[in-house]
Design a protein. Structure first.
Length: 315
C-alpha cells in the first residue's frame, strides 16, 4: 500500500499538519488561520527572507524533511542575529509536488517546530502551494530591544575581527556527501542543518560590536562584504583557527585543505563581527583578525588569498 500524499491530504490538511502544536511568543497576537498574521513589534523592525530550492540548497537524497524544516528556520533567524537582533516571528511558504508523502510533510513540520523552539520564535503564518519541485521561503521578523542594529558598514581601523559558531563543518559535509559517503556523521549533519549560535548576535551588540554578518557563503567572502561596506582592509590570521578533528579527517581522506574548508566553506551560519578592542569581545567568540586602513579587501596573514575561491556564488 502506497503512502498517503499531500495531494490527497489537501491544502488545509497540510496547513493543519504544519501548524499543529507550534511554539508561541507574546509578539504574535494573531497566528495562522486568518488572511494575515498580527504581530506586535517595537521600532525598528528587522525583516529578512530566504528561499531554499530543491537541488540548489538541499537534496532530498541527502536531507530528511526534518532537516529541511530546521534549516529553513535557522538560515533566516541567523540573519536577524547578524543585525544584533532577536527574532520573534517567522512566516513560511511551502511549494511542493502533490505526490510528496504526508510522512515527509510530518517530518518537515517537526523540524520547523524544533528549530522555532530552539530559536525562540513563533510561526505566525504563511502559504501552501503545489509545484513541480520543493521550494521553501521563510521571512523572519526581529527586534533590537532598544539597541541600534549592527550593520555591515561600521568596521573601524584598529578593530579586531571575531567569530562565533562553527566554520567549515557544512563544507566538509558537502565534500563527504558529494563522494557518496555519510561519515563523519557530525559534518554530514552540519550540512543538512546549521547550528546557529542563537543569542550571540544580541550579545555582540551589547558588547559594542561595530559591524557584523552571518557567515553563509564563506568567511572570506562574507568578510569581504564588511570590508566593502566599511571601506577597510580586513586581515585574517590563519593561525588563529584550531582545525577540529572531523575537518582534519575529511581533509585527509579527500585531499582537501582543511584551512580552505574553514575560510571558504559556507552554510554554517556562524557570526563574524568586529569589536573596538580584544577586551570587548564576549566570551565564546574567537578573535581571528584585525581591521586595517586600505582599499576594501580581505587578506590572510597579510597576503591575498591565492585563488578566487572565497566562498559560494549564486550566479
Amino acid at each position: 500500500m502506497s503512502e498517503p500524499t499531500i495531494g490527497e491530504l489537501g491544502e488545509f490538511g497540510l496547513i493543519e499538519l504544519i501548524t499543529a502544536d507550534l511554539p508561541e511568543t507574546p509578539a504574535v497576537v494573531i497566528g495562522p488561520g486568518d488572511d494575515a498574521a498580527g504581530v506586535t513589534l517595537e521600532s525598528p523592525v528587522l525583516v529578512t527572507t530566504d528561499v531554499l530550492v530543491e537541488n540548489v540548497h538541499f537534496r532530498r537524497a541527502w536531507s530528511t524533511g526534518a532537516d529541511l524544516g530546521r534549516k529553513a528556520i535557522a538560515v533566516n533567524v541567523a540573519d536577524i542575529e547578524a543585525m544584533g537582533g532577536r527574532a520573534v516571528a517567522v512566516t513560511l511558504a511551502l511549494s511542493a509536488p502533490p505526490d510528496t508523502t504526508v510522512a515527509w510533510a510530518r517530518e518537515f513540520a517537526a523540524g520547523v517546530r524544533a528549530e522555532c523552539a530552539a530559536a525562540g520564535v513563533a510561526l505566525a503564518g504563511g502559504d501552501i502551494t503545489g509545484a513541480g519541485e520543493l521550494v521553501v521561503s521563510v521571512t523572519a521578523l526581529g527586534v533590537t530591544d532598544g539597541r541600534a542594529p549592527v550593520r555591515r558598514n561600521g568596521c573601524r581601523v584598529g578593530d579586531v575581527v571575531a567569530v562565533r559558531g562553527r566554520l567549515g563543518w557544512a563544507a566538509a559535509g558537502l565534500v563527504v556527501l558529494g563522494r557518496g559517503f555519510r561519515s563523519p556523521r557530525v559534518v554530514v549533519e552540519a550540512q543538512r542543518a546549521p547550528e546557529v549560535p542563537y543569542g550571540a548576535g544580541a550579545e555582540a551588540a551589547e558588547a559594542g560590536a561595530t559591524a557584523m554578518i552571518d557567515v553563509s557563503d564563506g568567511l572570506l567572502a562574507d568578510l569581504g562584504h564588511l570590508a566593502r561596506a566599511s571601506g577597510v582592509t580586513i586581515d585574517v590570521t590563519a593561525g588563529a583557527f584550531e582545525i577540529p578533528e572531523p575537518l582534519q579527517a575529511v581533509a585527509a581522506a579527500t585531499g582537501t585543505d582543511p584551512l580552505r574548508l574553514v575560510l571558504t566553506g559556507g552554510e554554517d551560519h556562524a557570526l563574524a563581527a568586529t569589536f573596538p578592542a580584544p577586551d570587548a569581545v564576549p566570551d565564546g567568540w574567537l578573535v581571528v583578525g584585525t581591521v586595517r586602513a586600505g582599499d576594501p579587501a580581505v587578506l590572510v596573514d597579510g597576503e591575498p588569498w591565492p585563488d578566487e575561491d572565497r566562498g559560494w556564488k549564486h550566479f
